[in-house]
Design a protein. Structure first.
Length: 480
């Protein structure tokens, strides 16, 4: 934004109060447009969230924010996010936010009047002069772009005109604190009760999808450190687990095999596609795979277990679930329709050790499917959770395809932790599955890329490390 009088500091302050980083677009400027109900109506109605800022002749800067549309109406509009603010007092920076108290009276824009905040009104922007007050003494030459014809004496004014000094004079007596929380501050301490303006501006502040504060704090470690942490990972020695086993389970096409490929790529140093991935009606993965991952030639002390899609009719039989969790299912076991693995099946592991059991379950869920999750998949998740809880196996949600949540993430993956839409989906999926939000791990898998990307690697490693911590919890539990 280049136009407009708000400084960067002032805009940043407002963004912080609004709770999002926003793009300010100048809609109205008194010195350019004049000051009348008609022009305000023309410029600010139906423009979504707006900031109105006033500069008075004492060097006070104050105004109001609303997150809802201005509409011309006889009754107040509801807005729980509205606030009145002070940015400068007598030329000094003195920022203070006064949130709305009675949301139902947040804003009002009556026909032929000024837009106002609160039922006091707590803040009114201007007041048309009464017929007797409006004289031909106003300087018509001072008003510019939209010329205001001086009102003949005796007729109601239609505008506040500039005086010879270019100031818009207003006699206002707002009743501040009626609908907004004054916190003991008076209107005098905001504006000096001076409503003679050098400038008034209105900005459109379209809701951005980016938060100013991340919905989850990022970790400090750089990529190399995160990688090293996983390379150095060793399961709790005393329990006899050589490699932590993480089970990837979810719907057809959720990104289970792609997640393995992504982790494998990070440690191989280039994008690999060892596991078959793609889209098909039925699951592409037909076998239970217990993947080994190597960093150079050294195997990591963890394994990722890939499975067939859950909703598939030829998919995982309920009887297979407990066999998988308990370590009876061998690597490369082919899932059979309505025929669960049994002790007679080829390779069946009769007496699995704790090393062969699952130590952490990752429900792999496509971000785009959270709203429309298939009932049968959800009930299978619940079934698995029940089995997992009986065995004290920790569970997480790998929220895959996070890049598809919105353009702000698709264009720049580093926005994941700042995207309000990602935050919303994280909340939604945590509720749906019934796990704490901290157990939801957003990831973007390698799919179209041919080269490694630091941010993709970062989220993949963060998720893996979190799962290893949960796997450790399982082992500590087994030890106690
Ligand atoms: N945009 C995007 N696409 C992804 C992501 N992860 C996976 N995909 C794509 O989604 C499709 C399915 O991915 P898979 O990894 O095969 O899914 P799966 O869960 O293993 O599926 P089945 O084995 O068939 O049950 C593939 O076309 C992937 O390229 C991701 O994070 N972002
Ligand atoms: Mg697969």
């Amino acid at each position: 934004m280049s136009e407009g009088k708000l400084s960067k500091i002032e805009r940043d302050k407002l963004c912080k109060w609004i709770g999002q980083s926003v793009d300010f677009k100048l809609l109205y400027k008194a010195s350019r447009d004049g000051m009348s109900p008609a022009i305000f109506q023309q410029r600010i109605v139906n423009k979504g969230p707006t900031v109105i800022a006033c500069w008075n002749t004492d060097g006070c800067v104050f105004g109001g924010y609303t997150s809802v549309n201005w509409v011309v109406h006889d009754v107040h509009q509801y807005d729980q996010k509205a606030f009145i603010f002070r940015l400068k007092y007598n030329k000094e920076h003195s920022a203070r936010k006064f949130p709305v108290n009675y949301e139902q009276n947040a804003i009002l824009f009556k026909s032929g009047c000024s837009p106002s905040f609160g039922a006091g009104p707590d803040l009114e922007i201007f007041r048309l002069p009464t017929p007797s007050a409006q004289t031909s003494a106003t300087d018509p030459a001072a008003s510019t772009a939209i010329p205001v014809v001086p009102t003949p004496i005796g007729l109601p004014a239609t505008a506040v005109t500039k005086n010879a000094n270019g100031v818009f004079e207003n006699a206002l007596t707002p009743d501040f604190g009626k609908s907004y929380q004054s916190g003991g501050v008076t209107m005098k301490e905001i504006s000096n009760n001076n409503f003679n303006y050098e400038e008034v501006e209105v900005y459109q502040v379209p809701e951005s999808m980016l938060l100013t504060v991340p919905w989850r704090a990022d970790r400090n470690e750089n990529l190399a450190t995160l990688k090293k942490l996983i390379e150095d990972y060793t399961p709790l020695e005393d329990v006899g687990v050589r490699q932590a086993r993480i089970l990837l389970i979810g719907s057809v096409g959720a990104g289970k095999s792609s997640y393995f490929n992504t982790i494998n790529s990070v440690f191989r140093g280039h994008v690999t596609g060892q596991a078959n991935t793609g889209s098909a009606e039925a699951s592409l993965t037909t076998m239970f795979r217990i993947y080994q991952i190597r960093s150079g030639s050294t195997p990591l002390k963890l394994r990722l277990c890939d499975t067939r899609g859950l909703e598939d009719t030829e998919g995982i039989d309920p009887g297979d679930l407990s066999a998988m969790l308990d370590g009876h299912m061998p690597d490369r076991y082919t899932f059979l329709p309505s025929s669960p693995i049994s002790s007679g099946s080829l390779g069946y592991i009769k007496t699995p050790t704790i090393n062969e059991k699952i130590h952490c379950i990752a429900f792999v869920i496509d971000s785009g499917s959270v709203d429309v999750m298939n009932e049968s998949v959800l009930s299978k998740f619940k079934q698995i959770q029940k089995l997992a809880n009986q065995r004290s196996i920790p569970q997480v949600i790998l929220l895959s395809k996070v890049d598809e949540i919105g353009v702000e993430v698709e264009n720049n993956l580093t926005n994941v932790l700042y995207s309000s839409r990602v935050a919303y989906v994280v909340d939604q999926v945590a509720q749906l599955i019934g796990l704490p939000r901290g157990h939801v791990l957003p990831v973007k898998n390698y799919e179209k890329e041919t080269e490694l990307n630091e941010t993709v690697d970062r989220f993949a490693l963060l998720s893996l490390q979190q799962m290893l911590r949960f796997a450790d919890d399982y082992m500590y539990d087994a030890l106690d």
